[in-house]
Design a protein around this ligand. Structure first.
Ligand code: SF4
Length: 197
C-alpha cells in the first residue's frame, strides 16, 4: 500500500484510511473545490499531522481551489494560511492537529455548507446511517452497532467501532498501534495505514 501522503496519493489514502470526519472533508473539498475556514483548519492540520509536506499541501489545495478561482486569487487568499499552519509564517508551531474532543465540542457545521466537525456527533441518525451505507462500512449488523453507540452519545466509541469493522484482527497484527483510535483522527489514520502496509 501507499504510505506517503501527497497530492497524488491523498485520494486513495482518504478512501482507504481516513476516519469519517476527514473523509467528509475530503469529499467536500472535491465537491466544492474549496473549504471554509474551520474546515481548512481541521483538514489542513490533520494532513500536516499525517505527514503531508507544505509543498504537497499547497499543491493539493491549489489543484482543487483553482477549479473555481485563479491561481493568483489562491495565492493571495489561501497560501499564507497554509504556510502558517506549517509554521512558516507568524508564530511558529502554534497549530497542532485537533483531537476528537476538540472537534466534537467545537462549533457545529452549518449542514450542507460547512464540512468540518465529527459526523458521529453532528449528523442526525438518518444522515449518519445513510452515509455508513453509502460507504459500505461493514454489514447491516455492524452498521447497527455503530449507530447504537451514536444514539447513546458515545461518538468516539462509534468511531472506534468503525475502525474495528474496517480492520479485522488489527489488534493481533504486529506494528499496528491502536492507541488513540477513537481519540484522535491522526491515530486512526496512522493505525489504518500501518494495517494496510
Ligand atoms: Fe473524526 Fe474523532 Fe469523530 Fe472519529 S470520533 S469521526 S476521528 S472527530
Amino acid at each position: 500500500g501507499q504510505e506517503v501522503l501527497t497530492a497524488a496519493t491523498v485520494d486513495a489514502l482518504a478512501a482507504q484510511s481516513m476516519p469519517l470526519c476527514m473523509k467528509q472533508l475530503h469529499k467536500g473539498l472535491q465537491r466544492d473545490h474549496k473549504l471554509k475556514h474551520m474546515a481548512r483548519l481541521q483538514y489542513g492540520l490533520f494532513l500536516k499531522g499525517a505527514g503531508m509536506s507544505l509543498e504537497e499541501h499547497t499543491l493539493f489545495f491549489h489543484k482543487e481551489f483553482t477549479r473555481i478561482m485563479t491561481s493568483d486569487q489562491f495565492n493571495k487568499e489561501y497560501s499564507y494560511s497554509i504556510r502558517h499552519m506549517h509554521g512558516k509564517e507568524g508564530k511558529r508551531g502554534s497549530y497542532t492537529p485537533y483531537n476528537c474532543m476538540k472537534i466534537i465540542l467545537g462549533n457545529p457545521p452549518n449542514s450542507g455548507v460547512e464540512h468540518h466537525g465529527c459526523p458521529y456527533k453532528h449528523y442526525d441518525d438518518a444522515n449518519l446511517s445513510a452515509l455508513l451505507g453509502q460507504l459500505k462500512i461493514g454489514n447491516a449488523s455492524e452498521r447497527e452497532a455503530i449507530m447504537a453507540h451514536k444514539r447513546d452519545g458515545n461518538f468516539q466509541l462509534a468511531c472506534a467501532k468503525h475502525f474495528e469493522v474496517m480492520h479485522p484482527a488489527a489488534a493481533s497484527l504486529e506494528g499496528v498501534n491502536l492507541d488513540g483510535v477513537g481519540n484522535h483522527p491522526n491515530a486512526w489514520f496512522s493505525a489504518s495505514v500501518s494495517y494496510h502496509n
